[in-house]
Design a protein around this ligand. Structure first.
Ligand SMILES: [Zn+2]
Ligand SMILES: [Zn+2]
Length: 107
């Protein structure tokens, strides 16, 4: 693990890489959010997921993150993003929520 990986190479292979609603590029964490919700064939970005669920995107991300951390299979993907610089589309994401007090960070 000496070479730095390209963020896009971290995407889940075989999973959709764009939002079916607005076609923006999904990042790895957005893919994991979809998996956590049971979506594998088509995926949506966080903003579209939140809209579909009538929730605030940051709130939804926070809820799902707790669930993701409780499942080893999701968590192992999720933690591949070590910090905010891994997110390819910080404008579409919520890095401040996404990377808030994760288990790997000390308080
Ligand atoms: Zn979208
Ligand atoms: Zn992201």
């Amino acid at each position: 693990m000496s070479e730095q990986q390209e963020p896009c190479s971290l995407l889940i292979e075989g999973a959709p890489s764009t939002c079916k609603q607005c076609s923006i590029r999904l990042c790895l964490r957005q893919q994991v959010l979809n998996l956590a919700l049971g979506f594998t064939e088509t995926m949506q970005c966080l903003n579209c997921l939140a809209r579909a669920n009538g929730k605030d995107a940051a709130e939804m991300l926070d809820d799902l993150r707790i669930y993701i951390y409780s499942r080893e299979c999701f968590k192992s993907q999720w933690v591949k993003y070590l910090d905010e610089s891994y997110c390819p589309s910080p404008k579409e994401c919520y890095p401040s929520v996404c990377f808030a007090e994760s288990e790997t960070k000390e308080l």
